[in-house]
Design a protein around this ligand. Structure first.
Ligand code: K7E
Ligand code: CUA
Length: 622
């Protein structure tokens, strides 16, 4: 995004660039807090526990990272779209099947499941912008349980994962447009006419969490961007911004930034669900798709100034803040006015049969937050916090209703600003997307760190900063470095979940699980060799596996421990295989024994004083 800003001219941006270049030179250090006692406010003593979880997206690392708040300590990595040898993810047959043919993903926006507009601590959904997928992590064991996709008729699953009030749906919108259905060729020169975007409702089973594609709404080839779901008065609705209302297809940094305003999508997802039930959809690549030109009432467009990026519904569900990254203001819309405008048909024409809501009719005000506004979060006490990419700052401002004096000069409602280092993207306040935010802490996720850490060479980590928002003024508490690329995060109260620490034996339904050394063993049928293996401190049974070259070997390893933190791994020398098995778990690994020789295998996860002795041999005969 910075590259894009750099080529643009015009007063405020030129000024903005000077600010970026002038005030944040690489290697500069913001004054640290003069008061060292601030450190105590994020200090969690050894043996003590954090109050919150911070689940942050790992971007193109394909993973989700878990930190504690306020310590900001990295507690766990949850592998989702990429293999992770540390937990054996992507090596066993079960996780390989889930990952499909891909070995990476691009995680942007984690979304916690909700009940009655509050986090219920059941699931965490994350999107994959690269391969059009969406994954569900179960917070019972912090493991990825399902990866859905590639989603049909969708390209660039960036505008997700936005969870509805009762986790009915995870809503998704496309960043890129392609000829539909996917797999069809069309000349990119015909982008405007032959390419389409899509909004999708991914249905979530209320019991199991199992996802499937419910329905889709066809859209013009705008580039849909960030979104949020409604609640209260906006219950049943969802919103996305977009850039490229020009429908340009080359040199977008210039061609897609011509219009003064792009469009936000205002989607009535309950109406879409009903329209599909009423048979108004057409099947496309196996999905019921609604064409809004033929099915009115499911989607409206709302103009938002200057290449908007973020759009965030406040905890009451009435106020919706959308920020144009090329303008220094955040537009605040009143959903009650949006509803009235729709009912009274207060429209400014239409685009491809979709009515355009009149901007002035629904705008509450343009808040002068600062340069390069992106995303807004809420503390539940009437305050909003907007990230300012260009300015490298967070602005705090007061939500409506505003009094006459405030309305006259909206500068007066911007009550505080704090510098962050450098170039903040997302920010997160616990529960901001629910009816009851926690407030207290804000984490700024900065895109660049520019030498704020001891140098680790050219591949620099990103920086995240912990800000106390409990007082009138924001206070910088702590800074941590993160894997690329922290796009967004969710904060959850630690006591909102009670994860299991072993898989109960009674729940293990794996058909090849064995719980006693006497049941373990090797069976052969033709060229297929099946091994049922037990792992326990500190041995594998069997610890000698003899096969013929060319055999197809399947090993089912059961970790029969029922003790917390007693994890075993099975690594086979020179076979590029490592499975890690939690207490009570069974995993399957499959390979062809194509090399003659004797290959030791050993436990990869340190488990006991005799961990080193936990080893065996795979002997492959010619
Ligand atoms: Cu949500 Cu980083 Cu994908 Cu904004 S994006 S910054
Ligand atoms: Cu088992 Cu180390």
């Amino acid at each position: 995004m910075s590259a894009r800003l750099h080529v643009l001219s015009g007063g405020c941006l030129a000024a903005a660039l000077l600010v970026t270049a002038g005030c944040n030179p690489p290697g500069s250090q913001a004054p640290a807090s003069a008061d060292g006692s601030l450190a105590a406010r994020s200090f969690v003593a050894p043996g003590e526990k954090d109050e919150y979880y911070l689940f942050y997206s790992g971007g193109h690392s394909g993973q989700v990272y878990v930190a504690g708040l306020p310590s900001m300590r990295h507690i766990a990595t949850i592998p989702v779209f990429a293999p992770y040898p540390a937990t054996g993810y992507g090596f066993d047959e079960e996780s390989k099947a889930m990952m499909g043919r891909f070995t990476w993903g691009d995680v942007h926006h984690p979304g916690l499941s909700q009940k009655d507009g509050k986090y219920d601590g059941r699931w965490l959904f994350v999107n994959d912008n690269a391969n059009n997928r969406i994954a569900r992590i179960d917070l019972r064991d912090f493991k990825t349980k399902q990866i859905l996709g590639p989603i049909p008729n969708s390209s660039g699953n960036h505008g997700s994962s936005f969870v509805t009030e009762n986790s009915e749906y995870v809503l998704v919108a496309t960043r890129f447009s392609v000829p539909l259905p996917k797999g069809r060729y069309a000349d990119v020169a015909n982008y405007k006419t032959d390419f389409n975007g899509m909004v999708s409702g991914i249905k979530v089973d209320p019991q199991s969490g199992e996802m499937n594609v419910g329905w889709q709404i066809l859209t013009p080839p705008f580039n849909w961007d960030l979104g949020s779901t409604g609640k209260g008065p906006s219950s049943g609705w969802a919103f996305w911004t977009s850039y490229n209302s020009e429908m340009a297809h080359e040199t977008l940094e210039a061609t897609s930034t011509q219009a003064e305003r792009d469009y936000a999508a205002v989607v009535n997802w309950r109406a879409a669900e009903q329209a599909v039930k009423d048979g108004k959809a057409t099947m496309l690549d196996g999905v019921p798709v609604l064409d809004p030109a033929k099915v009115p009432g499911v989607i409206y467009f709302l103009p938002v100034p200057k290449s908007p990026h973020g759009i965030d519904t406040d905890p009451s569900g009435r106020w919706i803040a959308a920020s144009g990254k090329l303008q220094p203001v955040t537009s605040v819309f009143d959903f009650e006015k949006i509803q009235k405008a729709i009912d009274g048909k207060v429209f400014d024409g239409e685009v491809r049969g979709v009515p355009v809501i009149k901007y002035e009719a629904v705008l509450e005000g343009e808040v002068p937050v600062g340069l390069g506004p992106l995303h807004t979060q809420y503390d539940g006490k009437g305050n909003a916090y907007t990230s300012l990419y260009v300015e490298s700052a967070v602005a705090k401002w007061t939500l409506p209703p505003w009094n006459d004096a405030q309305k006259k000069d909206l500068n007066t409602i911007v009550t505080d600003k704090i510098p962050v280092h450098f170039n903040i993207g997302h920010l997160v306040v616990g529960g901001s997307d629910t009816k009851e935010p926690y407030g207290k802490y804000l984490v700024a996720m900065n895109k660049l760190s520019k030498g704020r850490h001891v140098s680790v060479g050219p591949s620099q980590p990103e920086s995240s900063q912990l800000i106390d928002i409990s007082g009138n003024k924001m206070t910088m508490l702590y800074e941590a470095f993160t894997e690329p690329e922290p796009h967004f995060a969710q904060i959850l109260k630690a006591d909102a979940v009670a994860p299991i620490e072993v898989y109960p034996k009674a729940e293990n339904t794996h058909p090849k699980a064995v719980w006693d050394a006497s049941e373990a063993g090797i069976t052969r049928s033709g060229k297929k060799v099946d091994v049922k293996m037990v792992a326990i401190r500190s041995r594998f049974v069997p610890d000698k596996i003899e096969v013929q070259a060319g055999d197809e070997v399947t090993i089912h390893v059961t970790n029969v421990e029922q003790t917390t933190d007693m994890i075993h791994g099975l690594g086979i020398i020179e076979h590029d295989l490592n499975v890690v098995v939690d207490p009570g778990e069974t995993k399957t690994v499959k390979f062809t024994a194509d090399k003659v020789g004797v290959f030791p295998f050993y436990c990869t996860n340190f488990c006991s004083a005799l961990h080193q002795e936990m080893q065996g041999y795979l002997a492959v005969k010619p």
